[in-house]
Write a protein that binds this ligand. Structure first.
Ligand code: BGC
Length: 803
C-alpha cells in the first residue's frame, strides 16, 4: 500500500467486526480487505517447489489447475544437495516468479522431520535431521524473501504423517520435541526471519497446534523472537476463538464469516480480550506493510514470467543434477559377484569390491563410456514419461518437461544407438508386464549397457495419505531381473519422493542412481550425470534402511485412536541405526562421486587463540574444527564434508553421533582446501527437562569428519571443562541427585552431619547403600527417617540452595 501504512491509526479506526473479519481469509488464497480504510487484500499461494498460483477458474478446494511456473526439484531432492547456496538460488527463482505474478507470500518451505519413511509427504520435506532441514530451510526462506516476497515456514509443528493428519495427537517427550522436531524451525526462525509461519493440522500432546499458546506464543515469539504472522494450515482451526487467544493471526481459507462471528461474540461476552484480537490484526497489518513496501534486496529480479522461464529451466536442470545421489557404482557385471553385501557401500569407486572378488582394475560403470558404434538400452516408462513431482498442494503446472530418453539421445555420440522399451506402465503397477517385459529383454540383449528407469508410481505417495511399504512395484523388479539376466552392465535410476528399499533387487544392479523427484528438468539432469557432464555430489538426507521393520518408528506409526506415540524418542533416522548398531543399505550422508577425496589434519581449537590448552576448553568459548580435504581422483568434483559430534561421557541418553555442521566444496583434481566449522555451546548441549533449558555438560566430546555418517575419516576427542552440572533441586529430587549437585551435596552432607539423631554421614560411606537409597526422593527419606531428617530440615536445605 502506498503511501506507508499507519498501523496504529488503522487499528484505531477498525470496528470489532472488521478486526474479526481480518483474521480469517477471503476465499482460498487471499487475505480480507477493508476497502473503506484502504486495507488491501494480498495473495498467498503454494508452494515450496515452484509456484502454484491458481487462475480465476481455480476450484474451491484449491487443487485445480494453476498458471505455468518452473517446477524445481522437490524438497527430498533439494535436501540431498546439502547445498545452501543452491537452495538459496532456487528460492530466489521461486521468489522472482512469485513477484512476477503478484503473489505476496509463498507457502513454504516445509521442514518437518522425516520421522518414518512411510510419510506420504516426505517428498515435501528435507531430511531426517534437524540441522540439515534447518540450514536448507533457512536458505530457501532467504532466497524467496530476497525478492520482496514472504514465506510461510511449515508445518509448525510435529506434523510427521498424513494418517489422520487433521486430528492426530503427536505424543512426545520434551527432549525429542526440542532437539529433533522444533530445532529446525528454531534455526530457520532465528537465522532467516520468515515473514509467516504456518501452524500444522495435528495436535501435540493433545493440543491442536492452531490453539497451542505455548507453541505459537511462548516458544515461537517469546524464546525465538519471531516477529511475523502465524497462519493456519488450510482448515486447521478447530476453535477460532481459542486460536486467536493462543497466538494465531490468520485463519485460512475463508470460513464464510463463521469464525468472525464467533470472535465478535467472544469479545462481546468478555471471553476474548479485544487487545488480543488487536494483536493479531496488528500482525496482519504489519505483513501487509511488508508486502506492500518493496523490501526486496538489490538483486531482486523484476521480470515477467515469460522472461524468466528459460533461465529458470536451466537452473532447475543444474539443481536437479546436484541433487542426484550416486548410491552405487561398480564395474559392469559386479552385481554377479557381490551377493549379499556385508558392509554398506560407502565405498569410493577405487575400493569397490572389498573382499577381493572383483578385478580392482576394472572401471566403474558410470559415467557411461559407450564405444563407437555401441548401443545403450533404456528401459522403463519413467525414462519417457518422467515422474518429477509429488501430488497434492505442492503440484506445479510446469513450463516444460524434459525426459531422460530424449536427453540421452541428444547427449550420446552420433554413432551410438539408444533403444527404448517401456517395460511397465507408470500409473498401474499391477499391469501385466509380460509383453512389455519381453520387449525390454529383447533390447537389453547385446546392448553395451542397460539403464533401467524405475520408481514409485504417482499413486504411491501423496499429501493426504501415507505409504504402507517401501518397495518398488513387483512388476518393475521382475523387469529389472529379466534385463539383468541378459545384460553386461546394468544401471538403475530411481524416481521417488520418499525412499525405496533396495535390498530385494540391488543384486541386479551394478550402479544405482537416486534421482528423487527432481522437478521439470530432471530428465536432462539424469542424462548429465549418466554421461558424466555432471559429477554427482548429492548425499542422502535420510537413511535407506534394509527393511521397513528396521526403521525407528516402525512399531509406533501411524498410531491409533487419534494418538501416535513417538516412542523412539530422540533416536530418529541415523540416530536410531547407530544406537542399535544396525546395518543399513545406505547410511545418512552417503553418496558417491566420479572422483575420490582424502581427509587430513583434523584440528580443534578455541576460536579465541589466547584461550585454553589444546584439547580442553571452557563451555562459553566457541570452537573451530578444521580439516583439509583433497580431490585425489581424476576429475573435478564436489565433496560434502560432514562434522558429527558424540558425547560418550554424557549422564543422559544421547545419540551416538549427530550432524553438527557440513559444507560442500568444489575441488579440481589434486586441489586441497581447508574447511573450518564453528561450534558453539548450544551445538554440544542437550535439552534438560529438569532444567527446562539447554544444558552443556562438561566432559569428553568425540568429533568426527567424513563423507557420511558411516564413513568417518578422522576423529578426535576434546574435553569441555566446567563445573559439574547444577540442575535444579526440589523436594522430589533423589538422594543421588542431591549428592551429584555441586552445592546440594555440600548442604545435604552438612545437614546429615548435624542431624538431631547424631552424625548420619557414615551412611554415605557405604557405596552399595548409597546406590540402593539413591533413587529415594529426599522428601520420602525425610518421611522414613522421621526427625533425623525431618521436613523442616529439607525446607532449610532448599532455602539454603535458594540463598
Ligand atoms: C497443506 C499446506 C498447503 C495448504 C494450501 C494444505 O492442505 O497442508 O501445505 O500450503 O494446503 O494449499
Amino acid at each position: 500500500m502506498n503511501p506507508p501504512f499507519d498501523v496504529p491509526a488503522l487499528l484505531d479506526q477498525l470496528t470489532v467486526e472488521e478486526k474479526a473479519s481480518l483474521v480469517s481469509g477471503q476465499g482460498f488464497w487471499w487475505t480480507r480487505a477493508v476497502e473503506r480504510l484502504g486495507i488491501p487484500s494480498i495473495m498467498v499461494t503454494d508452494g515450496p517447489h515452484g509456484l502454484r498460483k491458481q487462475d480465476a477458474s481455480g476450484d474451491h478446494v484449491g487443487l485445480g489447475g494453476s498458471v505455468a511456473a518452473t517446477c524445481f526439484p522437490t524438497a527430498s531432492a533439494l535436501g540431498s544437495s546439502w547445498d545452501v547456496d543452491l537452495v538459496r538460488r532456487v528460492g530466489e527463482a521461486i521468489g522472482a516468479e512469485a513477484r512476477s505474478q503478484d503473489v505476496s507470500v509463498v507457502l513454504g518451505p516445509g521442514i518437518n522431520i522425516k520421522r518414518s519413511p512411510l510419510c506420504g509427504r516426505n517428498f515435501e520435506y528435507l531430511s531426517e535431521d534437524p540441522l540439515l532441514s534447518g540450514e536448507l530451510g533457512a536458505a530457501m526462506v532467504e532466497g524467496i524473501q530476497s525478492q520482496g516476497v514472504g514465506t510461510s515456514l511449515k508445518h509448525y509443528a510435529v506434523n510427521n504423517q498424513e494418517a489422520d493428519r487433521l486430528r492426530v495427537s503427536a505424543d512426545l517427550d520434551d527432549r525429542p520435541l526440542r532437539e529433533i522436531y522444533l530445532a529446525g524451525f528454531e534455526r530457520v526462525v532465528r537465522q532467516a526471519r520468515p515473514w509467516t509461519v504456518m501452524c500444522s493440522y495435528n495436535r501435540i500432546n493433545g493440543v491442536y497446534a492452531s490453539q497451542d499458546r505455548w507453541l505459537l506464543t511462548d516458544v515461537l515469539r517469546g524464546e525465538w523472537g519471531f516477529d511475523g504472522l502465524v497462519v493456519s494450515d488450510w482448515g486447521a482451526v478447530d476453535d477460532p476463538v481459542a486460536a486467536v487467544a493462543a497466538g494465531l493471526d490468520l485463519e485460512m481459507p475463508s470460513t464464510g464469516g463463521a469464525s468472525a462471528a464467533r470472535i465478535v461474540d467472544a469479545v462481546a461476552a468478555g471471553d476474548l480480550a479485544e487487545a488480543v484480537l488487536d494483536t493479531a490484526v496488528e500482525r496482519l497489518l504489519h505483513l501487509l506493510e511488508r508486502t506492500s513496501s518493496d523490501t526486496a534486496s538489490d538483486d531482486a529480479v523484476d521480470a515477467g514470467m515469460a522472461e524468466l522461464v528459460d533461465a529458470h529451466h536451466a537452473l532447475a536442470r543444474a539443481a536437479a543434477a546436484d541433487c542426484i545421489v550416486l548410491l552405487e557404482n561398480g564395474p559392469a557385471g559386479w552385481r554377479r559377484t557381490r551377493g549379499v553385501r556385508s558392509t554398506p557401500s560407502g565405498l569410493a569407486p577405487a575400493v569397490i569390491g572389498g573382499a577381493g572378488t572383483v578385478d580392482m582394475d576394472r572401471v566403474p560403470l558410470l559415467p557411461l563410456r559407450l564405444p563407437s558404434g555401441g548401443r545403450l538400452a533404456v528401459i522403463g516408462e519413467f525414462a519417457r514419461t518422467p515422474r518429477f513431482q509429488g501430488a497434492g498442494s505442492s503440484k506445479v503446472n510446469p513450463t516444460q518437461v524434459d525426459d531422460a530418453l530424449r536427453a540421452l539421445r541428444a547427449g550420446v555420440a552420433a554413432d551410438v544407438t539408444v533403444d527404448f522399451a517401456a517395460g511397465f506402465g507408470v500409473d498401474d503397477p499391477t499391469v501385466d508386464t509380460t509383453a512389455l517385459l519381453a520387449e525390454a529383454v529383447q533390447i537389453a540383449r547385446g546392448a553395451d549397457v542397460a539403464v533401467a528407469f524405475l520408481g514409485l508410481p504417482p499413486s504411491y505417495e501423496s499429501e493426504g495419505y501415507d505409504r504402507d511399504h517401501l518397495d518398488l512395484p513387483a512388476g518393475q523388479v521382475a523387469v529389472l531381473e529379466a534385463v539383468a539376466e541378459v545384460s553386461e552392465g546394468v544401471v538403475v535410476v530411481l524416481a521417488n519422493g520418499g525412499v525405496v528399499t533396495v535390498a530385494g533387487w540391488e543384486h541386479h544392479a551394478d550402479a544405482i542412481v537416486d534421482a528423487w523427484l527432481g522437478g521439470q528438468a530432471s530428465g536432462g539432469a539424469v542424462a548429465d550425470v549418466l554421461l558424466g557432464t555432471v559429477n554427482p555430489s548429492g548425499r542422502l538426507a535420510e537413511t535407506i534402511a534394509v527393511r521397513l521393520a528396521d526403521t525407528p518408528a516402525y512399531l509406533n506409526f501411524p498410531g491409533e485412536d487419534g494418538h501416535v506415540r513417538y516412542g523412539e524418542g530422540l533416536h530418529v533416522g541415523y540416530r536410531h541405526h547407530d544406537a542399535v548398531d544396525q546395518q543399513v543399505s545406505y547410511p545418512f550422508g552417503h553418496g558417491l562421486s566420479y572422483t575420490t577425496f582424502s581427509y587430513a589434519d583434523l584440528a580443534v581449537r578455541p576460536l579465541d587463540p589466547t584461550a585454553e590448552p589444546a584439547g580442553h576448553w571452557l563451555a562459553a568459548e566457541r570452537l573451530a574444527v578444521s580439516v583439509t580435504v583433497t580431490n585425489t581422483g581424476p576429475v573435478e568434483g564436489k565433496e560434502v564434508v560432514q562434522l558429527y559430534v558424540g558425547a560418550p561421557g554424557a549422564s543422559v541418553s544421547r545419540p551416538v553421533r549427530e550432524l553438527k555442521n557440513f559444507t560442500r566444496v568444489a575441488l579440481a583434481p589434486g586441489e586441497a582446501q581447508e574447511v573450518t566449522f564453528t561450534l558453539q555451546e548450544r551445538d554440544l548441549s542437550y535439552w534438560s527437562t529438569r532444567a527446562d533449558g539447554w544444558v552443556l555438560e562438561p566432559g569428553p566430546f568425540e568429533m568426527s569428519v567424513g563423507a557420511s555418517s558411516r564413513d568417518l575419516r578422522l576423529t578426535t576427542t576434546v574435553t569441555v571443562d566446567g563445573p559439574p552440572l547444577a540442575l535444579p533441586l526440589d523436594r522430589s529430587s533423589t538422594l543421588a541427585e542431591w549428592l551429584d549437585h555441586p552445592v546440594g551435596h555440600e548442604v545435604l552432607v552438612d545437614a546429615l552431619r548435624r542431624s538431631p539423631a547424631g552424625d548420619l554421614t557414615p551412611m554415605l560411606d557405604d557405596p552399595d547403600q548409597v546406590r540402593m537409597l539413591g533413587s529415594f526422593p529426599l522428601a520420602r527419606l525425610a518421611t522414613m527417617l522421621g526427625p533425623a531428617l525431618g521436613d523442616d530440615i529439607v525446607d532449610a536445605l532448599l532455602a539454603q540452595l535458594d540463598g
